[in-house]
Design a protein around this ligand. Structure first.
Ligand code: URA
Length: 479
């Protein structure tokens, strides 16, 4: 029996080191069971010689694997490197292995990645600083005990957020320090090494209010960095809503008030589930305002207005269409024209109350070519879909639906990043980058265009069947 190959990684969160070694091993044809992975302080390895570092040739793996691996590598499970290598080995012979939802290995790795992401969110939310006077002025120090090896990866979050302060975060594994210019690392620490006493809620709040720059407010970015369920745990986040509201009213003063009011009322018309003044609603309104000024691609020059999503902000089901049509562009609301009417009828047949859902589009402006008096729909291209993905992701980050539904190929592309064949993709859900579930079905406009009556009837029935499945799945996930 040949001896196992030993790979010594310098740090427990070393994704690049793992990736380079794994590429070399795959290239050399080394089977997963023949590799022992080791990190400092990890499981003692009794076999084998050090692996000579082979040149790392390029080996194309799906983006979804890389994203998952970057997170999973930070898990405290000692088997993570071996599991990832086994998955990489699978991908070598099956490029679609990441889509096999029945694969227990993939399931386990996705769970590891999810646990790491949750740990990172907790760190963003629960780190609490205390002020310490020292040489060179005051410094803010916090102790935090993560479950996984996330600290190095998450340092950037705190640098961006508290760039103007000098701070240290102490953890049992390592400590990180920011002096306002550079980030450095030190040894691990205990809770006793951090100052005791109340966290600096008042100081923190004042600081946060002072550094808050409404002109640079990007609600979508804030949402992604700081999930809303943790907001209430941070002293400064009680300021977020008034600050957003203040920024928004200042911004509204600068734009045509009547247009803004009209659009806002349209959009709020269908939003009836959350209390006025709730954080989610204030944040959604701020997103809407931000979206109105969007110039991420040239389509803002095309339509009459931004057609943002609308609906229940606590929706379990969030539908994503392609782009507003002629009537939607004029009304400022999604799915109100012919495709919207067919959509409404199918929802009713499937027993879904549209007012409990949230409906939006992958692209928020109407793209068309003018033919005489008519404005003829023109498909958004890949660049436009990509530019607009920001809004769809911000809406989903805020609403956190149990199930997202892609209506047609443009929505599927915006959500999954892939070009999918609907007939195949509609049979099983896919997992999105944020770990949530997405179902794919046809676009209602497709059903409007089928000329033969019998086929039209069959396809409409299939669409209703998809909606019924989605309804059942959303109910299942809610229990
Ligand atoms: N088609 C879409 O994709 N969205 C709409 O809002 C209307 C038609």
């Amino acid at each position: 029996m040949t001896e196992p190959r030993r790979v010594q990684l310098p740090a427990p969160d070393d994704f690049e080191g793992w990736r380079d070694a794994a590429r070399g091993l795959v290239k050399a044809g080394v089977l997963p069971e023949a590799v022992v992975w080791q990190v400092p302080g990890g499981v003692l390895d009794l076999f084998g010689e050090d692996l000579p570092t082979p040149p790392a040739p390029s080996f194309a793996v799906p983006r979804a694997f890389v994203d998952m691996a970057r997170s999973a590598i930070c898990h405290s499970d000692p088997e993570r490197f071996a599991l990832l290598y086994a998955m990489l080995w699978k991908l070598r012979s099956n490029r679609h292995a990441m889509e096999d939802r029945a694969d227990p290995l993939l399931d386990r790795l996705q769970r590891l990645a999810k646990e790491v992401r949750r740990d990172a969110h907790k760190m963003h939310a629960f780190v609490r600083f205390r002020e310490v006077e020292g040489q060179g002025g005051s410094r803010f120090v916090a102790f935090f005990e993560p479950d996984h090896h996330i600290v190095r990866n998450e340092a950037g979050f705190f640098v961006r957020r508290f760039a103007n302060m000098r701070w240290s975060i102490l953890t049992p594994e390592l400590s990180i320090h920011w002096d306002g210019k550079t980030l450095s690392e030190g040894p691990g620490a205990t809770r006793a090494d951090a100052p005791a006493g109340d966290p600096l809620e008042a100081v923190w709040k004042t600081y946060y209010a002072n550094i808050f720059n409404p002109a640079r407010l990007k609600v979508g970015a804030m949402l992604k960095e700081m999930p809303k369920k943790y907001w209430r745990n941070m002293p400064e986040t009680s300021l977020v809503q008034p600050l957003i509201a203040g920024a928004r009213s200042r911004e509204l003063e600068m734009i045509d008030r009547s247009m803004a009011k009209q659009g806002l009322e349209n959009a709020l018309g269908a939003e009836r589930r959350l209390e006025p003044g709730s954080n989610v609603r204030a944040t959604w309104e701020a997103l809407l305002t931000e979206a109105r000024g969007c110039t991420r691609c040239d389509l803002y020059k095309c339509g009459t207005q931004t057609v943002f999503g609308e609906g229940a902000l606590d929706a379990a089901i969030l539908f994503v269409g392609e782009q507003p049509g002629d009537q939607e562009d004029l009304a400022g609301r999604p799915f109100v024209g012919p495709a919207g009417q067919l959509f409404d009828a199918a929802l009713e047949k499937a027993g879904i109350d549209r007012s409990t859902t949230y409906v939006t589009n992958a692209v928020k402006h109407f793209k068309f070519v003018q033919r005489g008096k008519k404005r003829i729909h023109s498909k958004p291209d890949a660049g436009e879909i990509e530019a607009c993905r920001w809004w769809q992701e911000s809406e989903r980050a805020l609403i956190k639906p149990a199930v997202t539904v892609a209506l047609g190929a443009t929505a599927a592309r915006s959500l999954t990043g892939k070009t999918l064949t609907i007939s195949r993709a509609r049979e099983a859900p896919v997992t999105l980058r944020d770990g949530s579930e997405c179902w794919i079905t046809v676009h209602p406009s497709f059903l409007l265009r089928i000329p033969e009556e019998e086929r039209r009837r069959e396809e409409r029935a299939l669409f209703v069947r998809d909606l019924e499945r989605i309804k059942a799945r959303a109910a299942e996930l809610a229990t």
